[in-house]
Design a protein around this ligand. Structure first.
Ligand code: PLP
Length: 459
């Protein structure tokens, strides 16, 4: 295949994509397959000789779509969304064509400089004060890991990453049980250990108790341990819990600890001023992550980490070997020094295209619709005899259940085998519940109201 072929096949691929998206409502949302159904259709050994693209494309069309769970399906209500707006997909096509590797400023100034401007556009979009800067990561998991590594190094006065952790005091992190498992993973990967991630109790509203946080930090210090930082939850994955951000940050800062806020999902909603009360006090955070790749329409992967002061993170993660030096430009930003990987994709392009193609107003309108329609679907479910709303809508996420775990699980399996909608489960206070989140870029009110209709038919 050469560049002429690429031109031809890119047009074929664009037509295929148009048909794929147009036909999504007619497909089951979740792949209705058993494990091995796709791999068994592929030869077990690679080809020795080149194959014609016609054959490759035909196999793609035959094998791949039936093996997909359709994340852009307008009736995908599972997990959280991984939205791809058309403008974002277009930008990704261009980024793919350019195939730049933006590890340092001079390996593509446009990659770094558009990223810097996009971080500032998003900062303003979310109503964060001037002074926050930041960077893009592949995922919230990596952003949180970067924040936790930085907490570790700050606590150890930057000796840990030089000498290793052996013989040093036991480090401690603090979060509630409502925070995402990426925080547990960060504690493990950072060498702090999952057992040293202290799960602070929550109140009736599922917010971390600030007094309990203060008590845990003091007790750990008393016991000779080394508190390193606090991770707060702004929109938990399970049922959308929010910590009282301002109060908890005040406790952490009074104890001299930095705070990272995980707003991976709910951060997108903060482009709407009316929701910002949910993370009141956020301006005092040291680090905040949110994923435009979840609810903003900027396709996977794209996580933004805002930093009040990037210096500790750059001191933790930055290395500048001679082969990465840029003669005469020592002060420029090389974003690899802010993140774990060296190589970086041109993620800022899809942010630029998406923010311009829809404008903040267009994106706000979608999010407001999702929140309103989630409430409407919740009320319609509540009206069904036998359905119990377990957690009320937080933004566009709520949970429901039937009389017991077994009945709820049977219903969920029936719903997903049916294929018209896709929902997933979680456990809340020990009980098996069905999550509903509304957030698809192209969903309509009718798509959302299919949820109570399907539940009523299948329960
Ligand atoms: N934090 C929250 C609240 C999430 O919901 C998720 C994923 O759904 C993550 C972190 C991890 O996100 P990522 O897949 O970008 O690592």
């Amino acid at each position: 295949m050469n560049h002429d072929d690429l031109n031809l096949w890119s047009k074929r691929a664009a037509d295929w994509a148009t048909d794929y998206h147009a036909g999504l409502r007619g497909r089951p949302v979740r792949a209705p397959l058993v494990p091995g159904a796709i791999s068994s259709q592929l030869p077990t050994a690679p080809p020795e000789t080149a194959e014609p693209m016609e054959a490759i494309f035909a196999d793609f069309d035959r094998i791949v779509p039936p093996g997909l769970t359709h994340w852009q399906h307008p009736r995908f209500f599972a997990y959280f969304p991984a939205n791809a707006s058309p403008a974002s997909m277009l930008a990704e096509k261009l980024a793919n064509a350019i195939a730049a590797q933006g590890m340092i400023w001079q390996t593509s100034p446009a990659v770094t400089e558009i990223e810097q401007v996009m971080v500032q556009w998003l900062r303003q979009g979310l109503g964060l004060p001037e002074g926050f800067t930041g960077t893009l990561h592949d995922s919230a998991t990596t952003a949180t890991l970067s924040a936790v590594l930085t907490m570790r190094e700050q606590a150890l006065e930057f000796h840990g990453n030089i000498n290793g952790l052996s013989g040093l005091p036991r480090l401690r992190l603090y979060a509630s049980a409502e925070t995402h498992s990426s925080v547990d993973k960060a504690a493990r990967v950072a060498g702090i250990g999952q057992d040293n991630l202290v799960k602070i109790p929550t109140d009736q509203g599922l917010s971390m108790k600030p007094g309990a946080l203060a008590g845990a930090i003091a007790a750990d210090r008393e016991a000779g341990m080394l508190p390193a930082g606090v991770i707060l939850c702004a929109g938990g994955t399970s049922v959308g819990a929010f910590d009282r951000i301002g109060e908890c940050i005040a406790v952490a800062h009074a104890a001299g600890l930095p705070v990272h806020v995980d707003a991976a999902w709910a951060g997108s909603a903060m482009i709407c001023p009316e929701f910002r009360e949910m993370w009141a006090g956020i301006e005092a955070a040291d680090s905040i992550v949110f994923n435009p790749h979840k609810w903003l329409g900027v396709q996977f992967d794209c996580a933004v980490q805002f930093l009040r002061d990037p210096t500790p993170q750059v001191k933790t993660l930055g290395l500048r070997p001679s082969y990465l030096e840029t003669a005469g430009k020592e002060d420029i930003v090389n974003f690899n020094e802010w993140t774990v990987p060296l190589g970086r994709r041109f993620r800022a392009l899809k942010l630029w295209f998406t923010l311009r193609a829809y404008g903040l107003e267009g994106l706000r309108a979608r999010i407001r619709n999702h929140v309103a329609w989630a409430k409407e679907a919740c009320e319609a479910l509540r009206a069904l005899p036998g359905v119990r709303i377990v957690t009320e809508p937080r933004l566009s996420l709520f949970t429901f259940a039937l009389k017991d775990d077994a009945a709820t699980e049977v219903l969920l399996n029936k719903i997903n085998d049916d294929g018209r909608i896709y929902l997933t489960q979680t456990r809340h206070k020990g009980a098996y519940v069905i999550r509903v989140q509304v957030g698809q870029f192209d969903c309509t009110r009718d798509d959302v109201m299919t949820i109570p209709q399907v539940v009523a038919e299948l329960m």
